[in-house]
Design a protein around this ligand. Structure first.
Ligand code: AMP
Ligand code: GLY
Length: 427
């Protein structure tokens, strides 16, 4: 069959890599893709938000199955567009992707269906939010309602910072229309875990757990980023915690979405905080995490297309989802200065050293081709450039392997965190 993937990041490269291993797949297209994805798929120059063009291309090329990677198109109705055209597509419809698209929606859903999460209030104007803060306890968390590249969350230590935060989100519209509404919620402490799960609208089956590192600098300092590295599994996500979450969080979320007439089909990403009062939901995403996908998918034993088709056809209960009994670590190689300002266009060397290196992957996030003919080369084209993933028999071995492998790649202004997976030592 012919598969088309929508997206252009490390997550989509990880998805494409799994799809390329499927026995069912003859040909992969990716819109728009990147220089790494181009090795295994035909990249088509159609932006992720141009659904009409994507659908037209899929029709012209007799695409059998579409996978939508990123949040923006999912929330805006990319899946709906393919469904209307009668093309099989993996991902939630817009009315279900709202679980990521509106934090106010997801908080209200959790409250209504008694799913554990931080206490909160929603606000649609700055005046009410400011008045509420006068009697709040600190630290406190402010969240822009809509999509903000994972950056619309402010943790405020005191009233002054919180007032400035409300101004930033609701008045200065730092995150654009994402800040038309906002959530103010209780600050929680504990370890964070990311759990991705396949969903068919009724059944939800979790994948192996992972942990992201969102801050730019070592020791969780610096600004929030899209993610600087991941490890999988999380040693803190025990079987006991997993059993609690399945019952109190995942199954309830699936049932809640169904009861609301918003059947969730696709990948549900639950960001959890393991607090001393038990696991609580930090956020939901309506897609694979990035860079969580880069450590979770390489460990999956199933044919990804089998699983995704089962989701779309409502028979996920028949799938035995299996993961390798090992570990993986992904270290993101970024451009120095990310997430604020950075240069692009530097040639990347060493990529070929990963070819046929079993248990090692280099997932492209921000890369592109430059030059023509013999001069054609791959250059940096984003803040997060590559994700270097390695497996190991356990987390420590995977981490050592991943850091060793980062040495194979060179480009000007290469930057990475040196403490991805440090938490493993505390397990
Ligand atoms: P989110 O996009 O909602 O996952 O938030 C981004 C990051 O902000 C999370 O990964 C947490 O590190 C932090 N965060 C979000 N909500 C809270 C909260 N209620 N308490 C403490 N930290 C939070
Ligand atoms: N790694 C967090 C996310 O994908 O949103």
């Amino acid at each position: 069959m012919k598969v088309m993937i929508i997206g252009s990041g490390g997550r989509e490269h990880a998805i494409a890599t799994s799809v390329s291993k499927s026995k069912k797949v003859d040909k992969i297209y990716c819109a728009p893709g990147n220089a790494g994805i181009a090795k295994i798929a035909e990249c088509v120059d159609i932006p992720v938000m141009e659904f009409d063009k994507q659908v037209a291309f899929a029709k012209e090329n007799a695409i059998d199955f579409v996978i939508v990677g990123p949040d923006d198109p999912l929330v805006a109705g990319c899946v709906d567009a393919f469904e209307e055209a009668g093309i099989k597509v993996f991902g939630p419809r817009s009315n279900a992707a709202i679980i990521e698209g509106s934090k106010a929606f997801s908080k209200d859903l959790m409250k209504k269906y008694d799913i554990p999460t931080a206490a909160y209030e929603n606000f649609d104007n700055a005046e009410d939010a400011l008045a509420y803060l006068e009697n709040a306890s600190f630290p406190i968390v402010l969240k822009a309602d809509g999509l903000a590249l994972g950056k619309g969350v402010l943790i405020c230590k005191n009233l002054e910072e919180a007032k400035a935060g409300v101004k930033e989100i609701m008045l200065d519209k730092h995150f654009g229309s994402a800040g038309n509404r906002m959530v103010i919620e209780e600050f929680m402490t504990g370890r964070e875990v990311s759990v991705l799960a396949f969903c068919d609208g009724t059944t939800i089956k979790t994948m192996t757990s992972a942990q992201d590192h969102k801050r730019a600098k070592d020791g969780d300092q610096g600004l929030n980023t899209g993610g600087m590295g991941t490890f999988s599994p999380s040693p803190f996500y025990t079987e006991e915690i997993a059993a609690f979450c399945q019952k109190e969080i995942y199954d309830k979320t699936m049932a809640a979405m169904k009861a609301e007439g918003r059947d969730f089909v696709g990948v549900l990403f639950t960001g959890l905080m393991l607090t001393d009062k038990g696991p609580k939901v930090l956020e939901y995403n309506a897609r694979f995490g990035d860079p969580e996908a880069q450590v979770v998918l390489p460990r999956m034993k199933n044919d990804i297309i089998d699983v995704m088709e089962a989701c779309v056809e409502g028979r996920l209960d028949q799938i035995d989802l299996q993961f390798e009994d090992n570990a993986a670590v992904c270290v993101v190689l970024a451009s120095d200065g990310y997430p604020v300002s950075y240069e692009k266009g530097f040639p990347i060397s060493g990529l070929d050293k990963f070819e046929d290196k079993d248990g090692y992957y280099v997932f492209h996030a921000g890369t592109k081709f430059a030059g023509e003919g013999a001069d054609k080369k791959i250059v940096t084209n984003g803040g997060r450039v590559l994700g270097v993933t390695a497996k190991g028999s356990d987390l420590k071995e995977a981490r050592a392997n991943a850091y060793e492998a980062t040495k194979l790649i060179e480009f000007d202004n290469k930057y990475m965190r040196n403490d991805i997976g440090k938490a493993i030592d505390e397990a």
